[in-house]
Design a protein around this ligand. Structure first.
Ligand SMILES: Nc1ncnc2c1ncn2[C@@H]1O[C@H](COP(=O)(O)OP(=O)(O)OP(=O)(O)O)[C@@H](O)[C@H]1O
Ligand SMILES: [Mg+2]
Length: 226
């Protein structure tokens, strides 16, 4: 049997603002270890809303979410924060690096927060990941001093620091030119193929999606393919 990393069971989500709007309807799917999944669909179809729930940040939904076959639904915020830091790596459209810190420190932060390794070990792991992404020479630069494409690679290194079970991204290439988008895609592809890393990436980029191992397509809050 395949290892299931993520499972959504009949997830429904409504917003009340002030009228009730059904934004997600009966979302049910699983993601297996090593899959590189893209999520596509027109603007407003509910992709970000879904990712917010799958990443445990939004707990206001009906249905069930399992990560590593463990039920997340109903857990406390403290427990969920721990799960996020330990098991999920995030890459967003905007990198959210801390500008006043060096690149190395930025990558180290989630590792220090987790506290599984000593500071020295976390630093070593951060350097390894920067090396893997071809940006170890940036380690001691302040984060505001590097280009947008480099920032996104730093964000990926940071997402990898705790060996996440899954990397989730919301438009991680949305703010990048073609060259840097391709670079980020190639990094994800290598993570998936060489390191068996599981990825779930929301994207507007059709060619990005077509080159992933599986496409989940949404329309009006439902999965219509995938
Ligand atoms: N906090 C909120 N309150 C009310 N409605 C919301 C809220 N957040 C999102 N929505 C609505 O939910 C729907 C889905 O939004 P969502 O951001 O998930 O779409 P999306 O697929 O990510 O779109 P895009 O491709 O533009 O990022 C939209 O109709 C949006 O207006
Ligand atoms: Mg969105």
């Amino acid at each position: 049997m395949q290892d299931i990393i993520l499972e959504a069971r009949h997830i429904n989500k409504q917003f009340h603002d002030p009228v009730t709007v059904q934004v997600l309807t009966d979302i049910t799917f699983t993601v297996n270890k090593g899959e590189f999944v893209s999520v596509i669909g027109k603007s407003g179809c509910g992709k970000s809303t879904l990712l917010y729930i799958l990443s445990t940040m939004d707990t206001d939904y009906d249905g069930e979410l399992l990560i590593d076959q463990d039920l997340m639904t109903g857990r406390s915020d403290t427990e969920l924060a721990r799960v996020r830091n330990e098991k999920i790596g995030f890459v967003f459209q905007f990198h959210y690096l801390l500008n006043e810190f060096t690149v190395l420190r930025n990558v180290m932060l989630p590792g220090l927060k987790l506290g599984r390794y000593s500071e020295q070990e976390v630093e070593h792991r951060a350097l390894e990941r920067l090396k893997m992404l071809g940006i170890e020479q940036l380690a001691s630069k302040p984060a505001y001093h590097i280009s947008g494409g480099e920032k996104q690679r730093v964000a990926i290194a940071r997402a990898l620091i705790n060996d996440p079970h899954i990397i989730m991204g919301d438009e991680p290439t949305g703010n990048l030119d073609v060259k840097n988008s391709n670079l980020v895609f190639d990094i994800f592809k290598e993570l998936s193929e060489v390191h068996n890393q599981t990825l779930l990436i929301v994207t507007h980029d059709q060619s990005f999606a077509e080159n992933t191992s599986r496409i989940i397509e949404m329309e009006d809050g439902r999965i219509i393919r995938g």
